[in-house]
Write a protein that binds this ligand. Structure first.
Ligand code: NAD
Ligand code: IPM
Ligand code: MN
Length: 353
């Protein structure tokens, strides 16, 4: 029987609630498919910070390096500034394990209503490949004259040829497995160095993929077109910040953050990849058992695909689709009144179908 070592970090807010439920779904599907997920759960996050003045232990990253994958809920607490919590846990994991691809699929499933007029199920099916370790998120900068009238903040973006090329190549490879259509997003009309490098590398790499139909859009135009004609997108590749913003839009036009899965992928097999939904800790609804667990559940399916358990991953996706289509036991964000637990239980019931 195949066994996998999974580091589970529920984190903050609804992260704890949706991870608990998603793990039950994962366990059920593992039993059916005859493999085992061995979890080690870590209580790292904001509660850990209140006690220890740090988000994870000094050797936290070392500990994580021994796992096959990391399954994370969300990080962020209104009582601590976000740059402290995120730079203390989530972002160092993405960087340390060189998880240079953030993969974010968005599809409009049957039974889910898009806020966009005239868009039906199946008419949006896209994947954003977001650069995940450098770009606008590079931890480079500083304050000068901090807290004085003349204070200055410098936040530098870092775009390397290597980092740009590998994420673009990943997106081209993914396009070859899908509909051979790739859109690159930049802002090279205003950012005349980093984004110009990106455009140049995109053009160069495209020569290796003559079958892929390519297009380049400016980020502002892309935001508009995600609303205006989302069906035209298939694979989209973007820098860290632009990918972050676009994937919230992609989530909203396909039913909201409660359905948006995400994986932070490393291609170095010695490094664990990390799977966490696109949404955050949602402090406005935490502790009420009303969060939609489906984003975390679909994120679990993504983790199983990464581990090579494709049958199990597909049966989770199919079960979620059935629940959405029937509309039984869906949560309030989708117009239902089920609890987080009831929704996950319904998915478990449909795993066999
Ligand atoms: P958020 O994603 O937590 O919430 C945005 C809105 O969507 C809220 O109204 C929330 O209730 C709703 N929502 C999100 N997930 C939902 C779900 N599964 N079911 C139902 N409704 C859901 O974003 P935010 O409010 O901007 O951020 C809250 C905190 O989370 C901040 O501290 C932020 O930095 C952090 N954050 C963390 C991550 C992460 O850990 N990956 C991602 C985004 C935001
Ligand atoms: C996401 C989140 C994070 C990001 C934040 C919390 C740092 O918004 O995963 O989309 O911007 O990457
Ligand atoms: Mn985000």
């Amino acid at each position: 029987m195949n066994e996998y070592k999974i580091a589970v970090i529920p984190g903050d807010g609804i992260g704890k609630e949706v991870v608990r439920e998603a793990c039950r779904v994962l366990d059920s599907v593992a039993t059916i498919n005859n493999f085992k997920l061995n979890y080690d759960s870590f209580d790292w996050g904001s509660d850990f910070y209140f006690k220890n003045k740090k988000m994870m232990p000094e050797d936290g990253l070392e500990i994580l390096s021994n796992f096959d994958a990391i399954f994370l809920g969300a990080v962020g607490d209104p009582k601590i500034q976000d740059h402290i919590t995120l730079n203390g846990l989530l972002l160092p994991i993405r960087r340390r394990f060189d998880q240079f691809v953030c993969l974010r699929p968005s599809a409009l499933f049957e039974g889910v209503e898009s806020p966009l007029k005239g868009i039906n199920a199946g008419e949006i099916d896209l994947v954003v490949v977001r650069e995940n370790t450098e770009g606008e998120y590079a931890n480079v900068g500083g304050f000068q004259y901090e807290n004085f009238d003349d204070e200055i903040a410098i936040q530098s973006s870092v775009f390397t040829r290597k980092g740009t090329e590998r994420v673009i190549r990943y997106a081209f490879d993914l396009s070859m497995d899908r509909n051979k259509k790739l859109t690159s997003i930049t802002k090279s009309n205003a950012q005349g160095y980093s984004m110009v490098l990106w455009d140049k590398v995109f053009k160069e790499v495209s020569k290796d993929y003559p079958d892929v139909k390519t297009n380049s859009l400016l980020i502002d135009a892309a935001c508009m077109d995600f609303i205006r004609k989302p069906s035209e997108f298939d694979v989209v590749v973007a820098s860290n910040l632009f990918g972050d913003i676009l994937t919230d839009i992609a989530a909203m036009i396909t039913g909201g953050l409660g359905l948006a899965s995400s994986g932070n992928i490393s291609e170095n097999k010695d490094n664990p990849s990390m799977f966490e939904p696109t949404h955050g800790s949602a402090p406005d609804i935490e502790g009420q058992d009303i969060a939609n667990p489906m984003a975390q559940i679909l994120t679990g399916a993504m983790m199983l695909s990464y581990l090579g358990e494709n049958n199990a991953a597909n049966s989770i996706r199919e079960a979620v689709k059935i629940v959405l289509k029937t509309g039984n036991s869906i949560t309030a964000d989708l117009g239902g009144n089920a609890t987080t637990t009831e929704c996950a239980e319904e998915v478990i019931l449909k795993l066999d179908e």
